[in-house]
Design a protein around this ligand. Structure first.
Ligand SMILES: Nc1ncnc2c1ncn2[C@@H]1O[C@H](COP(=O)(O)OP(=O)(O)O)[C@@H](O)[C@H]1O
Ligand SMILES: [Mg+2]
Ligand SMILES: [Zn+2]
Length: 338
């Protein structure tokens, strides 16, 4: 899994809170039970004493086996007495233990160096939340991608209609997401505003996250600003943290290429990220409103022909769905008023 570092940091924080909570609650139960049943506290002291004694005899080494057996017997008796007390008062056996959310890893997040299922689920949840803070993910799924917005108008120089073409684009994206791997190609989603490029890239992102991959979705203007800040923030020779994340995540989605404020630095940075990912076979999805000619004008022939040669191009056609939806809403509001 290759989620962004901040996703893991956040997950560790949550795990730590879970552990703390379990242990605080344990303390409360203990204190209450000792008040109710003072003998229990004596038993726990004695048990703690036995652990110390066991540790000492290990260090001491003399007649080890006998000593340890003796201590184990004592400890078992005490444990049984404690259990009997708990039962007598109607509490479960684990009443004085911490109640972790995940008993398997005791809320540590890994077992013998392997990531626990609870941690995997948590990381996925955080990655979703992060994406969600950019755009309401629940609205941008394959299921909510309606083909009725694309009319049966024949596309020039093609056998297909807009509707038929977008049907193939949707099918392609669904297959892409379902079969995503580090061998997947990179994609260029191209077409005018409001045709569903962001919608479909977020739908792909959700599916690919679901399958356990690390996905970073960024809008190019935002990320360029952030990288510039990190780069010119004084640490000249150090590569910014974000840049490493962007080059190393399993799938990078660069939305709205061409709408960023352009300088030599930003153009070079974007190129480096895309190029590095291609060289290390890390798939990237780029969306843009620009035509090929416009891209060449903005970024130069060399950069564009190198990138384009390695991308699968998907052309989005139709008319602005954002506006169509607005009109639909107005109409339905009017109907309810009438
Ligand atoms: N085929 C579609 N079915 C339903 N909603 C769509 C469709 N395409 C786009 N939308 C919605 O229209 C709006 C604009 O689409 P978006 O994907 O942002 O366009 P683009 O990125 O191509 O400019 C979004 O709210 C999106 O969810
Ligand atoms: Mg968009
Ligand atoms: Zn766990």
């Amino acid at each position: 899994m290759g989620y962004g570092k901040e996703v893991y940091i956040r997950a560790e924080e949550i795990m730590e809170k879970r552990r703390q909570f379990a242990e605080q609650e344990q303390e409360k139960r203990r204190a209450a039970f000792y008040r109710e049943c003072p003998r229990a506290q004596e038993i726990e002291y004695e048990l703690a004493g036995i652990s110390v004694a066991a540790a000492k005899s290990v260090i001491g080494g003399a007649n080890l086996k006998n000593q340890i057996e003796e201590l184990m017997k004592k400890s078992l008796l005490l444990q049984n007495e404690l259990n009997a007390l708990l039962e007598l008062k109607g509490y479960p056996k684990n009443y004085l233990e911490p109640w972790y959310e995940c008993e398997k890893c005791k809320d540590i997040g890994n077992i013998d160096g392997r990531i626990c299922g609870c941690m995997k689920a948590l990381v996925k949840k955080i990655a979703y939340e992060q994406l969600n803070s950019i755009s309401p993910l629940s609205l941008c799924t394959f299921e909510s991608f309606a083909l009725r917005y694309y009319p049966e108008i024949k596309i020039e120089h093609s056998e297909k209609t807009q509707h038929g073409h977008m049907q193939s684009v949707l099918n392609f994206c669904m297959k892409y997401a379902e079969g995503f791997s580090d061998q997947s190609h990179s994609l260029l989603l191209q077409g005018g505003p409001g045709l569903g490029k962001t919608h479909l890239s977020l739908a792909i992102a959700q599916k690919v996250i679901d399958r356990g991959f690390g996905v970073i979705y960024v809008s190019v203007p935002d990320i360029v600003m952030q990288l510039e800040k990190e780069h010119f923030g004084g640490r000249f020779d150090e590569k910014g943290e974000s840049e490493t994340l962007l080059t190393e995540c399993d799938l990078l989605i660069l939305d709205d290429l061409g709408t960023e404020f352009q300088t030599k630095y930003t153009v070079a940075t974007i190129y480096n990220i895309i190029n590095k990912r291609m060289l290390t076979s890390h798939p990237t999805i780029i969306s843009t409103n620009l035509t090929l000619t416009e891209m060449q004008q903005l970024y130069g022939n060399r950069m564009i022909s190198r990138i384009i040669g390695m991308l699968d191009r998907l052309e989005f056609v139709g008319s602005d769905i954002r506006q169509m939806k607005r009109r639909e809403r107005k109409k339905s509001n009017k109907n309810t008023e009438d």
